[in-house]
Design a protein around this ligand. Structure first.
Ligand code: CA
Length: 236
């Protein structure tokens, strides 16, 4: 499949991080515009269409949250927030004001690239056929047939567990808040049901023999929700 070059706006005041992120994304074939503050970022955003924005939360002149809100006024471009450790509440706020994902510093460039890819895939999902089969290490999911296997063993999943697994496994690396999973998996949006998601996750983990302390597939994102990661190659 050929795709046109995707354009990414990187907003980060710390030069070393900005340069590193720009270099890694360029190496992956993306067309990158680095911006050192929010005003420069909004200026660039006005001038060119972007496919994705990497946005630092703590910026001079204008906070990342303000930049995010301004962008959201006119665009639903995917946004990845960069936050420092200990800014958990800010992170949640970031997701609430419309960021799609976030990374906590220090992060590995590989992780950033994986998140960028996952978000771009999701944003352009209408342009690509939805995969009917998801395979990650031992785990394989036949979406159309509603079956999941660990090795050759078919997993006995409830409808909700299957929906939960396919939802998070389709976009590895993406963080799903509990509320979002309630909506996507259970189809309603009452706050009280967030605990229901926790128990579905607990049951699903047991069936996948996935230990929450040393997960192979499903990771807890404290204070937010969950994300799926493919098993590391040395664990397969
Ligand atoms: Ca900063």
């Amino acid at each position: 499949m050929t795709t046109s070059t995707r354009r990414i706006l990187v907003v980060e005041d710390e030069k070393s991080i900005r340069d590193a992120v720009t270099a890694y994304l360029e190496k992956e074939g993306y067309w990158v515009t680095p911006a050192a503050d929010g005003l420069a970022a909004l200026d660039a955003f006005d001038k060119h269409p972007y496919d994705l924005v990497v946005l630092d939360l703590m910026l001079p002149k204008m906070s990342g949250e303000q930049v995010c809100a301004e962008i959201r006024d006119t665009s639903d471009v995917p946004i990845i927030m960069l936050t420092a450790k200990g800014e958990e509440e800010d992170r949640i706020a970031g997701l609430e004001i419309g960021a799609d994902d976030y990374l906590v510093k220090p992060f590995s460039p590989r992780e950033l690239v994986a998140r960028v890819r996952a978000l771009l895939r999701r944003a352009h999902v209408g342009e690509e056929p939805q995969r009917d089969r998801l395979e990650y290490g031992e785990l394989s999911i036949d979406v159309a047939a509603h079956k999941a296997f660990l090795g050759t063993e078919e997993l006995d999943l409830t409808a909700s567990e299957f929906k939960l697994l396919t939802t998070i496994a389709r976009y590895p690396g993406r963080v799903y808040s509990r509320m979002e999973l309630v909506e996507k998996v259970l189809g309603y949006d009452f706050e009280g049901y967030e605990r229901t998601i926790d128990s579905h996750v607990k049951n699903l983990r047991a069936k996948l023999r996935d230990d929450p302390k040393t997960p192979t597939y499903i990771y807890t994102v404290h204070g937010v929700g969950y994300r799926f990661e493919p098993p590391k190659s040395d664990e397969v």
